[in-house]
Write a protein of this length. Sequence first.
Length: 342
Amino acid sequence: YMMKINLWEEELMGEIPTTFEKYGGLILFNSPSFSHSKWHEAGEDLWSLVCPLLNGDRIAIKGHIKDDTFRTPQVKLIYGKSSLVEFTDNGIKYRWDIEKTMFSRGNVTERHRIARLDCTNEVVVDLYAGIGYFTLPYLVHANAKHLHACEWNPDALESLRYNLSLNGVSERCTIYEGDNRLVCPKNIANRVNLGLIPSSEPSWEIACQALLSTGGILYVHQNIESKVCSSKIAHCDACANLKKTSPKLEGTATAAAKLVSRLEKDVIVSDSNNFSVTWKMPEWYSFSLHLSHKLLTFVESYHEGNWTVCVSEVFKVKSYAPHVDHIVLSVKCFPTTSQLLK
């Protein structure tokens, strides 16, 4: 068609995508697909030919997510009338505006992992609820008794409310509008989800405060760079010193938390439970030390008594080129006299 209307140039071949995402009838291509001005000169006649070939009725181009507090997507609808899309994953229905809020299809493994949890009679806090990416699996499949969802993006909040109703779980979810560090309820949760990348560290303290005084589990998301200087991973003297004293990259996360707490203030934690974690990357291990150290400090400053913090599991969600991994660390936090680990 481009040849027929005298717009074809050989350099355009490099902008024809080989993959795409599809949400209902909307075809989503990654930038720099179709970025040359020649494609736009062809106009809607071109897209009206492309859509039937892919069984769609709309086309959009996706750029990088903006580096803002809302993680706003840079998506532009180039053909069709509506940027609203619907998508069903693992029996859960989602609807959102692709030009206003994001949805990461690559997080499917984490959404499905949450769906396999048994949260019966448990209360969950989702600090970054968005349109319900993880909120809905907790409610629909993991059967959480109640979920407290924090979100500050007005567009995401609109979709979240709609999606809760769409899946019939609105009555088991309380929404808190605004900065989670200011609006999140405290001393209430068995589990806290911290699903923000590249880092959820600004909310680690409020996550610890959200836990019940009897303890619970934090799911901490983080992007980890590999093949970088270790000084970028160890964020404080205690973490750096612990890294020097640790002879192996395989061992127990409980032991890591114990050592770092001793370095900090000579807190002795229980040796009665032992969670072995094999660290695929040294940077994952270094980050876990920093995480254990900071969480222990936060949880003991808010809750009474001595606590144990241990990274019990690590899940890789996906990789970004060239050397960045999105991982989730399951962190158990409990008073030293707690029976949480048994």
